[in-house]
Structure formats: C-alpha cells, structure tokens
Write a protein that binds this ligand. Sequence first.
Ligand SMILES: C[S@@+](CC[C@H](N)C(=O)[O-])C[C@H]1O[C@@H](n2cnc3c(N)ncnc32)[C@H](O)[C@@H]1O
Length: 307
Amino acid sequence: MSSPPASDYIRYLAAKQGLDDRSLNRQVWDHLAQALRERTDAAPLRVLEVGCGIGTMLERLLTGGLLTRAAYTGIDVQAEFIREARRRLQAYAHARGAGITEDGEVLVLKNARQEVRVTLEAVELADFLNREQGNTTWDVLLAHAFLDLIDLPTVLPRLLALLVTGGLFAFTLNFDGATIFEPVIDPDLDRRIMTLYHHTMDSRRHRGVAAGSSLTGRRLFQHLKEAGATVAAAGASDWVVFPGPAGYPGDEAYFLHCIIDTVAQALHGHPELDRGLLKPWLAARHRQIDSCELIYIAHQLDVMGYI
Ligand SMILES: C[S@@+](CC[C@H](N)C(=O)[O-])C[C@H]1O[C@@H](n2cnc3c(N)ncnc32)[C@H](O)[C@@H]1O
C-alpha cells in the first residue's frame, strides 16, 4: 500500500490496529506462536521488526503471550513514530500493571510471565542494514504491512542475512494486487482507477531506487525460495472493512478516509486520468464512508518460515 498523508499517520496506524488483529491469518499466527514457544530457552530470543511504526505488533505479541523472554528491536525511519511507540509501550505496561523501567535507551517490560527488553530506533532500513550486516544477528525477523514498500529482490536477501541459521521470519499483511470498493460507482472508472493506483505502487521509488510492488504477497514465495528460505505457513490476511449496525468499528471510518486520501495522493495529476473524473469519484467515496455504505477489501498475504 502507499502511505496516507503524513500528518495523521499516527492516528491511521492506531486506527488499523484492530483491523489488523482480525485480518491476520490465524493459521500463520498459530504457527508463529508455536515456533516461538519451541524456541524459548535460557537465552532471551532476539527479535527484529522492520518498519515497526508505532509499535502495535509488539503490543500484539505481548498481549498474545508470544514473547516471554526476549530482546525486541523495532526500527522505523520516522522518528515521531518511534517516539509514539515508546510512549504507547509505557502506557501499555502501566495499563496492565506490568513493570517498565529504562536501562539507558532500552525499555524493560517485566511481569510474572514476561521479561522483554525493547530497543526502538529511528533509522532508515538501508542504513540499518549497512550498519548491522555481518555484525549482529537475530533469531526472529518480523515485517508487518511493510514489505510492499521495499524492493524485495534486492532487500529481502539482506534482511534474511540478519537471521541466524534456522532463524524464523514472519512477514504479515503483504499487499497482493486487489483493492475493492463497494458499492460500484462506475464499473469502468472504478477499474481504471484501481489499475492506475496499483501501477503507482509498482513505480514507486525511494532514495532513487525501486521501492514496492502491488504484487508483493505472491512474489514473496519466489523471492524467499531464491534466498534459500523455507515457507512453513502462508495464507490470506485480507482487510475487510464494513459497517456494522453501529457503524464502522473503532476508528475505521477515519482509516477509510485515509485510504481514499491515499488513492487521491497517488493519482494526483496522473497523466492518464482526467481530474474531472477522479475528483467526483473521490468525493463520492468519502460520502459513502460518511453514510456508512462503503465496503473496502484489500487482498493481503501472510507468510512465515525459517532460513
Ligand atoms: C504501512 S506502515 C506499517 C507500520 C507498522 N508495521 C504497522 O503496521 O502499524 C509502514 C512503515 O514502514 C516505515 N518505513 C517505510 N519505509 C521505510 C524505510 N525505508 N526504512 C525504515 N522504515 C520505513 C514507515 O515509516 C511506516 O511506519
């Protein structure tokens, strides 16, 4: 997926937390939980999450009891997300009566069942890889709603090289080529807008290099194979956002407005799309959210395994 406008990205990431919870593929998640349980030994498990945003995956792992004794490192290029992740983790611990202390930059979360040392760093992935490759290794590598923003063929092998032999990876919510909005406004225009929107994901560049693909989910299988990794579990983790009797759950109406804004941002000034057609289409989609009519489906895949 492309990014929504930066201004309220923190609210967007928080708004999608519950949606992500219900979208994660259960079989893949259970495999991950089982694999983590089997690897709990005397030494704390070293876990790396790239593109961690505001730390919602860490909260999910803690709540699910997937991390007991662990040293978790989360990185993200946005310093304000990392600050928010730190603030949220402290609030998370306080709300649950868990101890949270600071050991230099490291936050240590401790309760009767868990001791997790958390390092959060604002750093660009390429710089992190250049710094850590050959110097540090991890037991577990996580990327959630992230791999569709990078150039898989070049970056995935470098990411996997950070794992110890036998190390686990779990790559969740990888966009995979289908964005659906219902009800249809105009079948031809809807199709055209989605096609061009997906093309913008394929042509995205970051620091002058290719960054992202609209078919990341399905392409992962081949890239993982080429990198010598084994897939142990895989399945769909589609986002399905729909209004219930009380409207959209949580802050998901806001989430939907962000998604429409993301399409607007991606297609702004697109040479193959008449602005006179796009603008009313976007306005109609925003109105459908306000009147609790819009249904949004994004096809995504989860994959986990080991190297
Ligand atoms: C779609 S968000 C997902 C965030 C988080 N995993 C979640 O699902 O809530 C993608 C995240 O990747 C980060 N990101 C994008 N490109 C990056 C890069 N090159 N290096 C480090 N972080 C990056 C963004 O700042 C953003 O927080």
